[in-house]
Design a protein around this ligand. Structure first.
Ligand code: BES
Ligand code: MN
Ligand code: ZN
Length: 490
């Protein structure tokens, strides 16, 4: 748990004291630190350039076993991400060295273009998010997260920033929760199991919860969702988490795609990409984890999270290409391809959300298309909406949290590509070109007049490589973005 402290430098006893240093400028108001920095002035290996590191052992000025000087570059070019990355690198280095704690000396330089709260927030996020390993299935755990992360700030700042620190901890904890869910293998997160885990946590946070099982989904006519679930022995679930504060006037619904494994169904995926499809519930994980945070962040708006959970499998009972089903909204859908299953579960959840909660804003988050990964790569999500103001707000939250979104077009004439000869609409477009767009257009047919945005996170939900503050695997993308958006909304 990150903790704020304010002590005389000489009294900070720690295994590692991290001292961010920028180019040509002292960033700390401690004579001890100035003395250390003066001593190394002129060294070629450390000039304060970004990504440089220099470890000093037991310098006399402090009570730290190691002082880790870390370069930030020119002060006017430092942003929050620079600080996240610095803190993440420091934590990873300590974990790799089997240390158990770390203390950051928070810089106070007046030449920085970002404020003190942003500096602290960036360092805390980077440190907290980096301090995570998914070793639930390893007998031998090679690395252990640090037990203690502290931030040394000026007197007065401990109290001033205590709420900020609590908020950062809440949101980062949820991000890690989402990562753990996504990293969990599909044999341990069948829809019923995943639903139970989500509801268990939500109840602890005093959220209202509701789970629709197979019987209710049939009774209520969730035909599109049931068509996806038809090939699996694992029953589907629709999970609803409701944060409903007193005096809330507006409702925001978040819908998350929860395919606990996407084999593609009878349109089976090639084996090269198959094993990655355990992560096809990353949208649902992000929405669930966001609601867990929301109960602590307490925005003024009502927030309802809706997660359709299914396993897309193939068997004698599986839905066939060419089948026609009736969706929750009564529109009929020709199943042109059983691998375009995400949009099927989403339209039922979206139609249910619109009818039941009449939200002012609806945002869905989904690992929806490989085409979106092709278009924007593995770090940027695709944002689709007709609403300019909503787009602006989501992009802004994306920049702030570094969970970046890029707006994509929704050309009405592309809807022709979804025409079906026999049903109201086809889930498979007549061309693969523009598949991320046609997927979003398919969803748009079920949103009514609701202000709606769709965020395709097929790229950024996972990462093949380790990053400064996220180990390889699930990233928890979307939690910080949605939390920031909701707090800005009220
Ligand atoms: N879950 C996949 C999309 C996906 C691909 C997520 C790669 C993460 C990484 C989705 O259900 C899917 O299969 N989409 C198809 C749609 C096509 C059949 C129109 C795709 O992208 O190929
Ligand atoms: Mn699919
Ligand atoms: Zn899928």
């Amino acid at each position: 748990m990150p903790a704020l402290i304010s002590k005389a430098l000489a009294k900070i006893k720690t295994e590692v004291l991290v001292v961010p240093v920028c180019k040509d400028s002292d960033m700390h108001e401690h004579s001890g630190i100035s003395s250390i920095i003066n001593r190394i002035k002129g060294l070629k290996e450390f000039t304060g350039e970004r990504d440089e590191e220099l470890i000093l052992y037991k310098p006399a000025e402090v009570d730290a076993t190691r002082v880790m000087l870390m370069g930030l570059g020119a002060p006017d070019r430092i942003n929050q991400e620079t600080l996240r990355v610095l803190a993440g690198r420091a934590v990873n280095k300590c974990i790799a060295t089997s240390l158990s704690e770390i203390t950051f000396l928070v810089p106070v330089n007046k030449k920085l273009t970002i404020g003190a709260a942003s500096v602290l927030e960036g360092l805390m996020e980077g440190a907290y998010l980096a301090n995570h390993r998914f070793y639930a299935y390893k007998n031998i755990k090679k690395q252990r997260p640090l037990q203690k992360i502290r931030f040394s700030v000026a007197p007065g700042a401990v109290k001033k920033f205590s709420r900020l620190a609590a908020r950062v901890e809440t949101v980062c904890k949820s991000t890690i929760l989402a990562r753990n869910w996504v990293n969990t293998p599909s044999n341990d997160k069948k829809p019923a199991q995943f639903a139970r885990a989500v509801v268990g946590l939500a109840k602890k946070e005093n959220l209202k919860t509701r789970v629709l099982g197979l019987k209710e989904l049939r009774q209520k006519g969730f035909g599109a969702m049931l068509a996806v679930a038809a090939g699996s022995r694992s029953e589907p679930r629709l999970v609803v988490l409701d944060y409903n504060p007193k005096n809330a006037t507006d409702t925001i619904t978040l819908v998350g795609k929860g395919v606990t494994f996407d084999s593609g169904g009878l349109n089976l995926k090639p084996s090269k990409t198959l094993h990655r499809m355990k992560a096809d519930m990353a949208g649902a994980a992000a929405v669930a984890a966001t609601l867990v945070s929301v109960s602590k962040l307490r925005p003024k708006v009502r927030v309802v999270g809706i997660m359709p959970l299914v396993e897309n499998m193939l068997s004698a009972t599986a839905t066939r290409p060419g089948d026609i089903i009736k969706s929750y909204a009564d529109k009929t859908v020709e199943i042109g391809n059983t691998d375009a299953e995400g949009r099927l579960i989403l339209i039922d959840a979206i139609a249910y959300a619109v009818k039941t909660y009449k939200p002012q804003i609806l945002i869905d988050m989904a690992t929806l298309t490989g085409a979106c990964v092709t278009a924007l790569g593995e770090k940027i999500a695709g944002l689709f909406t007709f609403d300019d103001r909503l787009a602006q707000k989501i992009m802004q939250s994306g920049e702030k949290t570094r969970e970046r979104c890029w707006r994509m077009p929704l050309p009405e004439d592309y809807k022709d590509l979804l025409k079906s000869d026999l049903a109201d609409i086809n889930n498979m477009p007549s061309t693969r070109a523009g598949a991320a767009i046609t997927a979003a257009l398919f969803l748009s047919e079920f949103t009514g007049n609701t202000r709606w945005a769709h965020i395709d996170i097929a790229g950024p939900a996972n990462s093949k490589n380790d990053h400064a503050y996220c180990p390889s695997g699930a990233t928890g993308f979307g939690v910080r973005l949605l939390c920031d958006f909701l707090m800005a909304e009220g």
